[in-house]
Design a protein around this ligand. Structure first.
Ligand SMILES: Cc1ncc(COP(=O)(O)O)c(C=O)c1O
Length: 443
């Protein structure tokens, strides 16, 4: 049996699902919510009632301002005026589905393809990262004529049956479904391999995993990996890791899927996370940031792979790629390009990372600062030598930071990594505010 709620990296920032004291702020709303939404998850011991967003900031019902370092869905900032206008203009005119000819979806697919490596020309549109990964798995299975999947330990890829099965965070280590094998993520701070050969050593773990899938009669249909390793605590893989892995997987007839739902769209200081590793995936899945808050997601692959799939499968998605979503998607891509956000994120991310590393010199509890672009992780430890995870302190920090006007999440297999993932438009002033607030709360 799987249980996502018990995964530390997912449970850590979620408040108790049922017990709120009568004097909890907004208790009436909380009770109404519980009555009709059941055990749906809320952040924080004292949940926030957010009513407005603008740029990098969110505002609660008292008008209190919070600097948003959690949201990579409102990628260009909350309520970006150009995105809102694009949505409104198209929504006033027409919204249907992809079974009529419409310029928007074609232009969006053309633009996406133009931003991908050569050969990744076909886009299939869906609404969520889950659907994108579900479809990617179906494609990989149809094309490879195999069934097994290699995923990362402590991974998350979505909430449908297939996506859930490959989300190792949701399963006990020895209880994964028979067609799934999870391998150790390339953690060079505290994993089994940390030296200069770590890339090959971590990649070699796939040989055994693929042998195991063969022995079970499944074979390897796909290797799927979130290229920024969000739920594993934000990792930077050794530079040769993905090259080594992709070679191995392809040699056994499997397809390589890059889950770019977190790392995609300039987030890591490159347009796509896999670009850091000089590899070209067979299938790319996109989601969260693509619509700056609007639900747009996609699977991007080659003509050859797409046509092998569509030869034996029909795929249609009622809402995916509709004219309004496509108008939003186009506007988002245009803004990323026109405002040179890839370069901006790289520069701002380096500035923030350097300043966080300086903060590390003042706080022993900061064991590691890592990540790419504006997706950074701060690993908290009891002691820098033993690296014992500082779980209890980490668990308390998002609430304390929130009281100081800063919204930050937690991740990592032990729930001890602060994750900083602000809108891509984040500036140096905001970075300074993050560092000052962290410094104050850690003191
Ligand atoms: C890496 C990754 N893939 C897929 C998903 C699923 O996306 P969605 O929630 O849009 O279905 C998530 C969501 O958090 C994710 O982090």
């Amino acid at each position: 049996m799987s249980n996502l709620k018990d995964a530390p990296q997912l449970a850590a920032t979620h408040s108790n699902l049922s017990e709120y004291a009568e004097d909890t702020p907004n208790i009436d709303l909380i009770k109404r919510r519980q009555r009709h939404l059941g055990a749906s998850i809320l952040f924080y011991d004292q949940p926030l009632h957010i009513i407005r967003g603008e740029g990098s900031y969110l505002y609660d019902h008292h008008g209190r301002q919070y600097l948003d370092c959690y949201n990579n869905v409102a990628s260009l900032g909350h309520c970006h005026p150009r995105v809102v206008d694009a949505l409104y203009r198209q929504a006033k005119l027409l919204n249907t589905h992809t079974r009529y000819l419409h310029e928007n979806v074609i232009e969006y697919a053309e633009k996406l393809s133009g931003m991908m490596p050569t050969g990744l020309d076909i886009s299939m549109f869906v609404c969520t990262g889950t659907e994108a990964n579900e479809l990617a798995m179906r494609i990989a299975r149809a094309v490879s004529e195999r069934n097994g999947v290699i995923t990362m330990k402590a991974s998350y890829h979505g909430n449908s049956t297939l996506a859930h099965e490959i989300s190792a965070a949701a399963w006990p280590e020895d209880g994964l479904p028979g067609h799934v094998v999870a391998v150790e993520p390339p953690n060079t701070y505290r994993g089994p391999f940390t030296g200069s050969k770590a890339g090959v050593q971590y990649a070699s773990l796939l040989d055994k995993a693929m042998d195991e899938l063969d022995a079970r009669g499944e074979g390897t249909a796909a290797f799927i990996c979130d290229t920024i390793f969000d739920t594993q605590g934000t990792l930077e893989a050794p530079p040769d890791y993905f090259k080594e892995v992709y070679q191995r997987v392809r040699a056994r007839g499997g397809l390589c899927i890059a889950d770019e739902v977190q790392a995609g769209l300039a987030r890591t200081g490159r347009m796509w996370g896999f670009e850091h590793y000089d590899v070209v995936p067979d299938i790319v899945t996109l989601g969260k940031p693509m619509g700056d808050g609007h639900p747009i997601a996609a699977v991007v692959t080659s003509e050859e792979i797409a046509s092998k799939f569509t030869n034996s499968n029909v795929y249609f998605n009622t809402f995916g790629g509709n004219p309004v979503s496509a108008a939003v998607g186009i506007e988002v891509l245009d803004i990323v390009k026109q405002e040179s956000l890839v370069a901006h994120v790289e520069a701002t991310g380096n500035y923030l990372k350097d300043n966080l590393k300086q903060l590390q010199n003042q706080h022993q509890i900061i064991g590691d600062v890592r990540g790419l672009g504006l997706f950074l992780g701060i690993e908290l430890v009891e002691d820098p030598t033993t690296k014992l995870p500082a779980q209890a302190l980490a668990r308390s920090l998002p609430d304390r930071l929130k009281e100081n006007g800063l919204l930050i999440g937690l991740s990592g297999r032990d729930g001890n990594v602060l994750k900083i993932r602000p809108p891509l438009i984040f500036g140096r002033e905001e970075c300074d505010r993050v560092v000052a607030c962290l410094d104050q709360v850690l003191r």
